[in-house]
Design a binder for this molecule. Structure first.
Ligand code: NAD
Length: 249
């Protein structure tokens, strides 16, 4: 691990327009379970797809019941060591951007400006109306939900359905963010894949695309990933520990 961190340090020193691609693993130290952790909250329920959310009021109630039950984890979470190191690399202009699958808002909380952050799966720290796009805070939804016998509120302005600002199964990925992420990936000198199992598209596609365009590919993840064989450097260890060690003076 020590030798790998030294190698990572050398790569980060020379990085001029890097891209970090982050998954749930960067936030586990913040108390938000990843998708695969045994007994993790995500594993317990089959996700409600977008079509079902739109079609059935009872499933909207159920979606909000689940989301509000998770709020202690999301609302109380603080950025971890990994988020802080990446924020610093953005501030130093060594990272051109962060592309994330996470929905926890912790890169923003660490101080990464919006123009350097692409959220491919949206954000669960606030909600919006699917008709008129009006924004609603989670606490506002909670008050309505509790006052109305565990029913999901509709938009007071247009009566549209209100949903967390995340991308559900069956919902299109945000086209602009995807296009920008692809552009950054093709132009980067270094691609850091951090805390993602890299098994499903588009997570699995970006590192390959970066490599094809000549970038150095680094994977930091506790478990092996299917792309380890094509990476220039693979570190199977704790993200916070590795990133801090690589940046220590
Ligand atoms: P994943 O759960 O499939 O993979 C996470 C990976 O991180 C795992 O391979 C795990 O071994 C590794 N990991 C966990 N903690 C680690 C640590 N401290 N150090 C090193 N490695 C660690 O996650 P994914 O590929 O990002 O996909 C999960 C999907 O579910 C995403 O699409 C995301 O939208 C959603 N999700 C988001 C959050 C969040 O916002 N924090 C949390 C869970 C799930």
């Amino acid at each position: 691990i020590k030798a790998a961190c030294a190698e990572l340090r050398a790569i980060l020193t020379h990085m001029r327009r890097g891209v970090a691609f982050t998954g749930a693993g960067i936030s586990t130290e913040c108390g938000i379970p990843d998708f695969r952790s045994p007994g993790g909250l995500w594993a317990r329920n089959r996700p409600i797809d977008f079509e079902t959310f739109l079609a059935r009021r009872d499933m909207r109630d159920e979606a909000w019941r689940r989301r509000l039950a998770l709020d202690a984890a999301f609302a109380g979470a603080e950025p971890g060591r990994g988020h802080r190191v990446l924020q610093r690399l953005v501030a130093e202009r060594r990272l051109a951007g962060i592309v994330t699958q996470n929905i926890d808002g912790l890169h923003q909380a660490a101080g990464v400006p919006d123009q350097h952050l692409l959220e491919l799966h949206g954000n669960t720290t606030y909600a919006h109306c699917l008709e008129c796009a009006a924004r609603y805070e989670i606490d506002w939804v909670r008050r309505r939900f509790e006052a109305n016998d565990a029913r999901a509120p509709d938009c007071p302005a247009c009566q549209g359905p209100i949903k967390t600002a995340t991308i559900s199964f069956g919902q299109p990925m945000p086209a602009a963010a995807m296009a920008q992420a692809r552009e950054l990936t093709r132009a980067c000198d270094t691609f850091l894949a951090i805390g993602s199992s890299l098994v499903v598209w588009p997570a699995a596609g970006f590192p390959v695309e970066a490599k094809r365009h000549g970038a150095t590919l680094v994977i930091i993840n506790r478990e092996p990933t299917p792309l380890d064989a094509v990476a220039d450097l693979v570190i199977h260890a704790d993200i916070g520990e590795v990133l801090e060690a690589a940046l220590e003076p």
